[in-house]
Design a protein around this ligand. Structure first.
Ligand SMILES: Nc1nc2c(c(=O)[nH]1)N[C@H]1C(S)=C(S)[C@@H](COP(=O)(O)OP(=O)(O)OC[C@H]3O[C@@H](n4cnc5c(N)ncnc54)[C@H](O)[C@@H]3O)O[C@H]1N2
Ligand code: MOO
Length: 394
């Protein structure tokens, strides 16, 4: 059972209300250490995060190898064709000067080979081959691609299809990756319905599907999506189920049916984040009790997406031991104004050398975010057209 370890270097201090957005994100990123490693087959490794660096187990190519179909030749031309060598059938005797062996791409060249000449450059008449001789042509030298111990990928890298192919080429059958954090999603709100058309006063659940997709995209696994009726006891019991992270939506503000603060208090949870100075997404919580973390996200769907990017995504990246990707900063243009004391988070579309605000973003609607490819972090000191950090949206 993967358990998030709290980094020894980050003591949990009681949450200050309305943390600066950047500070909230940093706290979440430093809160947990990587989960345990597990060994998986290459076939199961796509998207996982490397728990150790990957190194080659082989020399590649294993010996000097023909890079073209043609003739392995020794000495000056012409060459008498005296044999043949195919991939997987290494020559047992050396090639003598003045002779040639037919050779296929990928076959080990016989000892004594000076060059490989491709069929297209040769003239062959009655068992004699001639071609201009260029020493060492079309021969891949032993170990020119990999040597045992060569680094294939650093720890913390996400496994891609190319890396799986490379690892197999390098002789590996399994690799050590981080356990996927198990994330439970608790959707609260008596008005929230899971499917079909909502009646007046009801609303279709946007957050179960949104968070499921975000969790899976982040390399974690959804342990369950639970719709809870508003009520402290249901929430308390649901928070006790096994998970590395519990996401709770629609219960982090101050309304009559927002029970998360009281329930966490009753459970003796430690609050790391309790309110963030950003718009939207201000009512956010990050707390820990026992081995599990709880992120309280606003019920407004776009605000919940911002809450995810602020506290949940960095925490999961830490549990996965994921190497941080360099911040992307681009000039941002469009209809947006910086706030005096808080960060504004706006959906943008990127175009080569800049990003443009997608109009119409509102806390309760995902329409603008769905048309965007990133969220721009508009700091109080930002000026129109100035640079802003971009958080990618998948
Ligand atoms: N007195 C105050 N009231 C509010 C504050 C505040 O600081 N003081 N903050 C406002 C902000 S900002 C937000 S955001 C919301 C967040 O409140 P909750 O997290 O408690 O969420 P709810 O009140 O339950 O819902 C807000 C809104 O979102 C709809 N919703 C909820 N869940 C879903 C879902 N799964 N899918 C789609 N839509 C959902 C819900 O029906 C409400 O319309 O609080 C403000 N109030
Ligand atoms: O910040 Mo709320 O999160 O504006 O909708």
């Amino acid at each position: 059972m993967p358990i998030a370890l709290t980094s020894a270097s980050v003591p949990i201090a009681p949450a200050r209300h309305d943390l600066p957005w950047r500070r909230a994100r940093e706290l979440a990123a430093a809160a947990a250490g990587p989960l345990a490693a597990e060994q998986v087959t290459l076939g199961a490794a796509i998207g996982r995060v490397l728990a150790v660096e990957l190194r080659s187990a082989v020399t590649l190519p294993g010996g000097d190898t023909a890079a073209m179909d043609g003739y392995a030749v020794a000495g000056p031309p012409p060459w008498q064709v005296t044999g043949q060598v195919l991939p997987g059938q290494p020559a047992t005797s050396p090639l003598l000067p003045g002779t040639a062996w037919e050779i296929a791409t990928g076959a080990l060249v016989p000892p004594g080979t000076e060059s490989v000449v491709m069929y297209e450059s040769c003239e062959r008449i009655a068992g004699l081959v001639t071609a201009p001789l260029r020493p060492k042509r079309h021969i891949r030298t032993a170990g020119e691609d990999l040597r045992p111990g060569d680094l294939l990928a650093e720890r913390g890298r996400q496994v891609t299809a190319a890396l799986i192919g490379l690892a197999a080429h390098a002789g590996l059958d399994t690799i050590a990756v981080r356990a996927r954090p198990r994330v439970r999603v608790l959707i609260t709100g008596d008005e929230v319905v899971g499917h079909g058309l909502p009646a007046l006063g009801q609303v279709r659940d946007a957050l179960g599907p949104l968070l499921t997709a975000l969790v899976e995209d982040a390399g974690a696994t959804v342990a369950g999506v639970h719709h809870l009726a508003d009520g402290a006891e249901q929430l308390r019991r649901a928070l006790l189920a096994e998970a590395d992270l519990v996401l709770v939506t629609g219960s982090s503000s101050k309304g009559a049916s927002d029970h998360l603060h009281a329930v966490l208090d009753g459970l003796g949870a430690q609050l790391l984040v309790d309110g963030v100075a950003c718009k939207p997404g201000h009512p956010q919580i990050l707390a820990r009790f026992g081995p599990r973390w709880v992120a309280g996200l606003p019920g407004n769907p776009y605000a919940a997406l911002i809450g995810w990017l602020t506290v949940a995504q960095p925490l999961l990246a830490a549990m996965l031991g994921r190497a941080p990707s360099p911040a992307r900063v681009l000039p941002v243009t469009g209809n947006v104004q910086a706030l005096d004391e808080a960060v504004r988070l706006v959906p943008v579309r990127c175009h080569g050398d800049g990003a443009t605000v997608v109009a119409g973003a509102r806390p309760a609607s995902l329409l603008a975010a769905a048309g965007a490819d990133a969220i721009a972090v508009i700091e109080p000191q930002w000026k129109p057209g100035g640079p802003a950090e971009l958080l990618p949206l998948g």
